[in-house]
Design a protein around this ligand. Structure first.
Ligand SMILES: [Zn+2]
Ligand SMILES: [Zn+2]
Length: 264
């Protein structure tokens, strides 16, 4: 089984001590590729550095909505330069998070719109983060003129109405370990059978959102555990795991415009 962890934060301090072991375990579990996603300028730089030294690992650069209040044109110029690196395959994560409210709404909106413009200029796929924006994320995304289908709503945990809007806009849907959680995953498991198979990708969002059963023994999530997400998703959709894994590999490579023969 060949897996692509479409969203992780291997640059996080949580991995500073043992990143080699973490990457080794990922490969052992069949994770042939992973997207390391930046949240600000430092984390984006570190994501690119890690991607540069590991085959099959790629990077995305961007300012997370939580960190929007730290963003500036100068820092975006810096990210633009970073994005010239061949290992950078997406802009993100960007979007709106009205749940935790670490940055004011107007600031989040401003830098989300600005980063969409840059992604369009640079012709890069985008990784979207959305929480409790009540349709505002899609309003901004739709009016940005973002061309094509190379965008993913990562860590989807929204409503049926939101899901429909994403699918209508041809977005990819990122599924995390939430799908494995007894209570928190209930709504998600109800919705997932309705997602067209060519729009699905899996992710860990490591070090966060550790899936079941790993959650029982460790707090920190890591790319190797994306297999638990895939297996549960296959069960929920009543699909053969091997077939689903192969399909999601192709989806993720298509999303990030990575040669599907690569990454192994
Ligand atoms: Zn996110
Ligand atoms: Zn993330």
């Amino acid at each position: 089984m060949k897996l692509f962890d479409s969203h992780c934060h291997l640059d996080d301090r949580a991995f500073d001590q043992d990143i080699k072991d973490v990457i080794h375990r990922a490969r052992e579990a069949g994770v042939a590729a992973a997207m390391i996603v930046g949240i600000d300028e430092k984390s984006s730089r570190k994501a690119v550095q890690i991607a540069q030294s590991h085959k099959g690992f790629y990077a995305a650069v961007g300012f997370h909505p939580h960190d929007a209040k730290e963003c500036s044109e100068a820092l975006l110029n810096y990210l633009r330069d970073l994005a010239e690196d061949a290992k950078v395959k997406a802009w993100g994560e960007i979007g709106l998070d009205y749940n935790r409210m670490f940055s004011p709404k107007a600031t989040q909106r401003k830098w989300f719109e600005r980063q969409l413009e840059i992604a369009i200029e640079q012709d890069l796929p985008v990784i979207l983060h959305e929480r409790d924006s009540r349709g505002e994320l899609m309003e901004i995304f739709s009016s940005s003129g973002f061309p094509g289908k190379n965008a993913v709503v990562h860590c989807f945990s929204g409503t049926l109405q939101e899901l429909k809007a994403y699918i209508d806009a041809d977005l990819y849907i990122g599924v995390t370990g939430i799908v494995t959680l007894a209570e928190r995953g209930k709504d998600l498991r109800r919705l997932l059978p309705g997602v067209p198979e060519e729009r699905l990708v899996v992710e860990t969002d490591a070090p966060y959102l550790t899936p079941h059963p790993e959650k029982k023994t460790t707090r920190r999530n890591e790319p190797a555990f994306v297999k638990s997400v895939l297996l549960r998703l296959a069960r929920v959709r009543k699909e053969d795991p091997e077939r689903l894994a192969a399909l999601l590999w192709e989806n993720t490579c298509r999303l990030f415009r990575i040669d599907k023969r690569q990454g192994a």
